[in-house]
Write a protein that binds this ligand. Structure first.
Ligand SMILES: Cc1cc2nc3c(=O)[nH]c(=O)nc-3n(C[C@H](O)[C@H](O)[C@H](O)COP(=O)(O)OP(=O)(O)OC[C@H]3O[C@@H](n4cnc5c(N)ncnc54)[C@H](O)[C@@H]3O)c2cc1C
Length: 198
């Protein structure tokens, strides 16, 4: 996440989506395990382009998401060095796509690496999006929201059914609440019956 002294909404808005000023920048680079691909695929969002209250006048708020390997895929990695290299690649690619950002205009910046996701949020192996989206972990094949070994133990969130992402995780909460109520019975039943997600 970065705050830049400059209005970057215009070049961003000329990219993939004018409405949200978001861009997915991907060349042929495929994300392979255990390292960053040579050709980075990343996502850029300039939320201040559509909500000016997110940055002071004449400035921009920017969010860049770079898919990264798991912590265990890069044991002993010097994440400060890795981050500096990735940052340089992001700026270079943005410039090559016609959205140059002068690094001197970046007035504040916050970077989360897989190690941060692991330490700060307890995310397993630093995986920001939970269990991998392999064919055997998608949709109905994703881990169930209950334990087969321990009766009465339930799971909720991105790594369980139905999937990752805010809408799915909210749904996951509802599904597990319904399961608990149907299995155990509880005064929660009245709450679950409310059309909270309508
Ligand atoms: C950078 C990024 C961008 C994203 N963008 C989008 C997006 O645009 N749209 C979208 O739909 N989804 C997005 N997602 C995915 C979405 O944020 C997640 O799928 C969702 O937040 C997962 O919810 P969760 O409840 O499973 O886990 P989390 O949101 O990680 O919540 C788990 C909580 O448990 C806490 N916790 C962990 N361990 C313990 C413990 N031992 N004791 C007590 N508390 C603990 C953590 O601190 C955390 O607050 C994004 C994720 C990331 C990382």
């Amino acid at each position: 996440m970065a705050g830049a002294d400059g209005d970057y909404s215009e070049p961003a808005a000329q990219t993939r989506s004018k409405v949200e000023a978001q861009a997915v920048i991907a060349r042929q680079g495929r994300f392979t395990h255990r390292c960053f691909p040579r050709e980075l695929a990343f996502y850029v969002s300039i939320p201040s382009a559509t909500d000016p209250t997110l940055a002071p006048s004449g400035c921009s708020a920017m969010f860049v998401l770079v898919p990264a390997p798991l912590v265990s895929d890069m044991p002993g990695a010097d994440w400060a060095t890795v981050t500096a290299s990735i940052r340089a690649q992001v700026l270079e690619r943005m410039a090559s796509h016609g959205s140059p950002i002068d690094p001197r205009q970046i007035v504040c910046e916050e970077v989360y690496t897989p190690v941060d996701w692991q330490r700060r949020f307890g995310l397993y192996d630093g995986s920001a999006f939970g269990a991998a989206h392999t064919i055997r972990q998608l949709g109905p094949l994703r881990a169930p929201n209950y334990s087969r070994e321990v009766p009465g133990l339930f799971y909720v969130g991105a790594s369980t059914t139905p999937d990752t992402g805010m809408p799915m995780v909210v749904l996951s909460g509802r599904l597990v609440a319904e399961r608990i109520v149907s299995q155990l019975g509880s005064p929660l039943g009245e709450l679950v019956a409310e059309p909270a997600l309508a």
